[in-house]
Ligand binder design. Structure first.
Ligand SMILES: Nc1ncnc2c1ncn2[C@@H]1O[C@H](COP(=O)(O)OP(=O)(O)O)[C@@H](O)[C@H]1O
Ligand SMILES: [Mg+2]
Length: 384
């Protein structure tokens, strides 16, 4: 693991203003928009063939005097191999430019997590060691942390023979490895039938099925809680709830928009929904639930601080379902900028705006923290 001391050393003589860098995918546009809103520069690290959105459509255009006319992507670095663009001499060149990397899901999708931990020689906004937490296949993963913190999560069903109510089976898609091959079932018999059908259709693989997480399906809406833990704030007042998003998943969302009769007339292969995230929308919570949401955030912060000191630095996302008794269940966590923050890009998060009295998206909140840290000469407290 690249030590936090090392990151502190890197940023000690960083040039100003900083360049906020991100792998150009996932929620990178929010990252760049937020950085620009706070007067910082931006750098998009693009995978070759996937650069157009950033290099062309959101590219910064300046007038003759150098003033920004439009766009939020100041610099574009196109690479065919992230394992080269973010390490060694390439990383040193980025450090000379003052690049702080905002980690997102795309970073850990393009690079093995070990490389992010050991080889990405750039200061990362947030805790490097907590990035691994979201990996479901890790032994020391978020379920352990949630359990230790006494946080509610959907009960695990270890043995398929023990399935006695709606259960979700979580495993990767056979071919689209970064996507989901999830399915639901309500009995051991249904588990066998559905898994067999998906295995036959080539949607899932037997080795993934054997390791799949099986848990109680929570009947209720999904709320992804986008929090921010300010590393600069005094202990006890660091937590902010910025906003809430929900996903649009294909084919699931298409299926539920069909009347029952039409669902039943679908061909077999379309009956089991897939859960490919294709968009996000903004949401709010019933107000009486907010205190519970804050309590989840506080307990998560305390547990992370105890187990992985110094704990969370900056954004984190708790993905939750709320059942009919108004109880939250956390089914996933990401200790970084969440995947749905583009839903609030530029307009800000409802709760973030209410708190800050101006448009405050997740990424703008990060950039604000960077700016304040620069002013107070405390940049090293934000990075790892
Ligand atoms: N226990 C659960 N109960 C109900 N829905 C769930 C549960 N777990 C996951 N889901 C649904 O599956 C989606 C993806 O789940 P998640 O665990 O976040 O997978 P991934 O890590 O691949 O994003 C969620 O957005 C939600 O709609
Ligand atoms: Mg998730």
């Amino acid at each position: 693991m690249i030590e936090r001391r090392q990151a502190a050393e890197w940023v000690r003589d960083y040039p100003r203003p900083l360049l906020v860098g991100a792998v150009a995918s996932h929620s990178a546009l929010d990252t760049f928009d937020g950085a620009v809103a706070e007067g910082l520069g931006t750098l998009a690290l693009c995978q070759q063939g996937r650069e157009k959105t950033y290099a062309r459509y959101f590219r910064t255009v300046r007038d003759a005097a150098g003033r920004r006319v439009r766009g939020c992507v100041d610099e574009v670095l196109v690479t065919s191999r992230f394992s080269e663009a973010l390490v060694g001499t390439a990383a040193a060149a980025l450090r000379r430019r003052g690049v702080v990397l905002v980690p997102n899901r795309a970073l850990s999708s393009y690079l093995p997590i070990e490389e992010v931990e050991e080889k990405v020689e750039l200061p990362i906004f947030g805790s490097r060691r907590l990035l691994r937490l979201e990996d479901r296949s890790e032994r020391e993963n978020y379920y352990g942390l949630l359990e230790k913190a006494g946080l509610p999560f959907p009960a695990e069903v270890k043995d398929p023979e023990g399935i006695d109510g709606l259960t979700i089976v979580k495993l990767p898609h056979a071919r689209k490895r970064l996507e989901r091959g999830f399915f639901t079932c309500s009995s051991p018999k249904e588990y066998r039938e559905r898994s067999q059908a998906l295995l036959r259709a080539g949607v899932i693989l037997p080795e993934d099925l054997a390791k799949a997480r099986k848990e109680r399906y929570i009947l209720g809406p999904v709320f992804n809680l986008n929090f921010f833990a300010s590393p600069l704030a005094p202990r006890g007042s660091e937590l902010e709830l910025l906003g809430i998003d929900e996903r649009r998943e294909s084919s699931l969302d298409g299926l539920v928009r069909l009347p029952a009769e039409e669902q039943l007339s679908l061909p077999e292969r379309d009956r089991i929904p897939e859960y490919t995230v294709v968009g996000h929308a903004s949401s709010t919570l019933r107000e009486s639930l907010l205190e519970q949401a804050f309590s989840l955030g506080e307990r998560f912060l305390a547990a992370a601080r105890e187990q992985y000191p110094p704990g969370v630095l900056g954004p984190f996302c708790l993905q939750t379902c709320v059942d009919r008794d108004q109880r939250f269940f956390i089914f996933d966590v990401a200790v970084r900028l969440g995947g749905g923050t583009n839903a609030h890009m530029s307009v800000g998060h409802p709760y973030g705006n209410a708190l800050w009295r101006e448009p405050m998206s997740s990424a703008r909140r990060m950039a604000r923290e960077l700016r304040l840290a620069l002013e107070e000469d405390r940049l090293e407290e934000l990075v790892s």
